[in-house]
Ligand binder design. Structure first.
Ligand SMILES: Cc1cc2nc3c(=O)[nH]c(=O)nc-3n(C[C@H](O)[C@H](O)[C@H](O)COP(=O)(O)OP(=O)(O)OC[C@H]3O[C@@H](n4cnc5c(N)ncnc54)[C@H](O)[C@@H]3O)c2cc1C
Length: 450
């Protein structure tokens, strides 16, 4: 059972359903609609992951591809990185969630909406989750995909160490009476941005339309309270930075986020697991949160399916923490560094210029581009083949049934063993119900390792 049907919960539900697991989501929201914009899109590795399930085209058809990777807004071009998707995809989170929810619906996963997981008790054979407005639900496992304030994490007694917020930001969608200075501004407070909500990509560049509501992001002078911000708060914050509030009115959303940076000490507490923001929170710089949440889900999904299906021992679930905790720890580290670089005084500018010079060099650019796009993913599985622990490349295969991409073989989310040597040289008879064996040759078209 999954607590929370945001991006992470939806992705995990899809993975489990594909693997034949009886899964349900309990979700607080009445619909998938999201107030406010939050994530602006998907990085290359996430697009690859969706491609592995045959659903990348649904996202690509609705968003716009562009070079979006960057470190503290220093652009990192990934067009020469070996992947079929050497770009990011601009697509607001409400669209990402709607498309994911459509997929989960096709897979017939029940979503109990307008209900909350309010607590749970676990024993040796399962978890009883307390759900508001109904009797408790019993499941083999409970996964907290319930966001940064995760009740599941707290009820499981999992610590959430890290750093308290130092800075807060207001983000809003509003109408402006006056024409503002569009674009990004950095000053001693930090970064601020004013843009139209609607944009197009022209020649790989984001071009905002010259009409419609605005998306405003402004760093506050002092750390704001945890209460909901008002139009007056937004007006004051804008005046502090721009000297005017540009006649803001008619907000459709105003919210506050901070640079709080924390990570769950453990991703598993017996039959309870955490994924996405429930396991890690950090500032949005670099646009990584939703992306690593989806990738957590894909790492956990097949493992949970193996264990629930009795095909693998429970210890397989510990590899989820072992592999995914370091990934988010790295993101926490890079967002803390980027947050500092986005402030502006002469010394930080000097540091930024130095870094910019460094990232203009080919090898550092490739390293950082791989980190920020997610393509550099590398689980520590010890010594061995250079691809060990790295992502599966989407090779062009030649099989007895004709040409095929590796990712096409992964649409069912079931294990595949590719035999690139002597056809018929491997005998998997006793594993035939679990692993698909494919004899293939591949066209070596350069390295797939970023
Ligand atoms: C301003 C801003 C900009 C961002 N930009 C980006 C970006 O460009 N790229 C990027 O990758 N990420 C970005 N993020 C981060 C991204 O929005 C999150 O990482 C992402 O939403 C996490 O998904 P999730 O499913 O783990 O959690 P959430 O999206 O928080 O979903 C949790 C779900 O659980 C439900 N829920 C909570 N508690 C319960 C309960 N007890 N019972 C039942 N349901 C419950 C909630 O209603 C919600 O639907 C941004 C965030 C912000 C604030």
């Amino acid at each position: 059972m999954l607590a929370g049907g945001g991006p992470t919960g939806l992705m995990l539900a899809g993975e489990l359903a594909l693997a034949g697991v009886d899964v349900a989501i309990v979700e607080r929201r009445a619909t998938q609609d999201l107030v406010g914009s939050r994530s602006g899109g998907l990085h290359s590795r996430t697009i690859e992951v969706l491609d592995q399930r045959g659903i990348a085209d649904r996202f690509l058809a609705e968003g716009q591809t562009a070079q979006v990777a960057g470190f503290a807004q220093i652009p990192l071009d990934i067009s020469d990185v070996p992947t079929r998707h050497p770009y990011g995809l601009g697509l607001w989170q409400n669209h990402i969630e709607r498309i994911l929810a459509g997929w989960v619906d096709e897979l017939e996963v029940p979503i109990y909406r307008e209900r909350e997981v309010t607590g749970f008790a676990q024993d040796d054979t399962g978890v009883d989750a307390e759900v508001s407005d109904r009797e408790s639900l019993r499941a083999d496992y409970l996964v907290g995909c319930d966001g940064g304030r995760s009740l599941v994490r707290r009820a499981a007694g999992i610590e959430f160490p890290g750093w308290d917020p130092t800075t807060s930001y207001l983000i809003a969608e509003v109408e402006l009476a006056d024409e503002p200075q569009w674009g990004i501004r950095r000053d001693a407070l930090g970064v601020h941005a004013l843009g139209r909500l609607e944009y197009e990509i022209r020649d790989g560049e984001v071009v905002y339309l010259d009409r419609g509501p605005a998306r405003v992001m402004v760093t506050e002078e002092h750390l704001g309270p945890t209460s909901e911000p008002s139009l007056r708060d937004l007006s004051q914050a804008l005046i502090a930075v721009y000297g005017t509030d540009y006649g803001i009115h008619s907000p459709t959303s105003i919210s506050r986020f901070t640079d709080m940076t924390r990570q769950a000490a453990a991703y598993r507490e017996r039959r309870v697991l955490l994924a996405g923001d429930a396991a890690h929170v950090h500032p949005p710089v670099g646009g990584q949160g939703l992306n690593i949440g989806l990738q957590d889900a894909v790492n956990l999904g097949w493992k949970l399916a193996q264990v629930v299906g009795g095909r693998s021992p429970e210890s397989l679930l510990d590899t989820y923490h072992a592999e995914r905790h370091p990934v988010a720890a790295r993101v926490l580290q890079n967002t803390m560094a980027q947050s500092v670089l986005l402030r502006s005084d002469e010394r930080i500018e000097a540091l930024r210029d130095t870094l910019s010079e460094l990232l203009g060099m080919d090898e550092p650019r490739k390293q950082f581009a791989a980190m920020m796009s997610g393509l550099g993913i590398h689980y520590d599985l010890g010594e061995g083949h250079p691809l060990l622990g790295r992502r599966m490349p989407d090779l062009d295969l030649v099989t007895a049934n004709g040409p095929l991409r590796v990712f096409t073989l992964l649409h069912d989310a079931r294990p595949v063993l590719l035999n690139l040597r002597e056809p018929g040289g491997l005998d998997l008879t006793s594993w035939a119900d679990r692993v698909q064996l494919v004899d293939a040759d591949y066209a070596a078209s350069g390295s797939f390792r970023p």
